[in-house]
Design a protein. Structure first.
Length: 263
């Protein structure tokens, strides 16, 4: 009986391990493989007004600037951003390299700490880094007109904090706009929220020389509505993106990076 229970427990743990691996793809590498400036537990969140006095001291990781070996891109997000790296088959042991760009992933906190978390990473990022920042699906929820107004104000507040943090560092910032969701997760109010948020990001980018918008909405929205196009989600009830969707976004990301690099 004791052996049977042990065997059953081992089977459950193995099955759980397989399930987690299938869901997450790559796992974070051991801590020693992560650059000092990307270790989320080793910095204190700072407001953008406070100088990032310790950035110069991050000498434990040789991080070349700009075109010495490529352009460094720090991508800040949560599940969608992490799955993007899984789509690239990232090994978690360093940057993902492609076409002269070196991509780094860092997971930001959930609201209301998301902007503070992003600002912390931006404060520590080496000079010359291009930062890509986006909010998550879950940060957009609306079932009434008042939901739209309150959530729009909240999310734009986060964006402005991140813009300020990038401006303090003098680095280029790319803002990912709202992603469409599958029909089962979409309300008329959510569509209004997405469209107004995306318009506001365009206005912010137009007013800031070093701020750009990565259009995640246009390439993925259906041709006859404001929902995620059929065949681009992992299931009809889950708006997380599949490989076909990420292929579309790869094209958009590259074009946006090239625009930021040349302007």
């Amino acid at each position: 009986m004791r052996f049977t229970r042990a065997l059953r427990a081992a089977f459950i743990l193995a099955a759980l391990s397989i399930t987690i691996s299938a869901f997450t793809g790559c796992m974070w590498a051991p801590l020693e493989h992560i650059p000092e400036w990307l270790r989320p537990t080793e910095f204190e969140h700072r407001t953008v007004e406070e100088p990032a006095s310790d950035v110069e001291d991050q000498s434990g990781y040789a991080f070349p600037e700009g075109d010495q070996h490529g352009i460094e891109v720090l991508m800040l997000g949560r599940s969608v951003m992490r799955s993007w790296f899984d789509h690239w088959r990232w090994d978690g042991r360093g940057p993902y390299s492609h076409s002269g760009y070196f991509f780094y992933y860092a997971e930001v906190d959930t609201p209301p700490a998301i902007a503070e978390s992003a600002a912390g990473y931006i404060a520590r990022a080496p000079d010359g880094t291009v930062v890509v920042f986006k909010l998550c699906f879950a940060d957009f929820e609306a079932h009434s007109a008042s939901d739209v107004e309150s959530k729009l104000a909240e999310n734009l507040g986060y964006v402005r904090q991140v813009v300020d943090a990038a401006e303090v560092r003098g680095i280029k910032l790319i803002l990912g706009n709202a992603l469409p969701r599958v029909a089962a997760e979409t309300t008329a109010e959510l569509v209004d929220l997405h469209e107004r948020y995306n318009d506001e990001l365009d206005a912010i980018a137009a007013a800031k020389a070093d701020v750009y918008v990565l259009d995640l909405y246009g390439p993925l929205v259906s041709a006859h509505g404001s929902v995620l196009a059929r065949g681009l989600a992992i299931s009809p009830s889950d708006s997380h993106l599949n490989g076909l969707a990420y292929q579309e976004l790869d094209v958009e990301l590259r074009a946006t990076l090239e625009r930021a690099r040349t302007e």
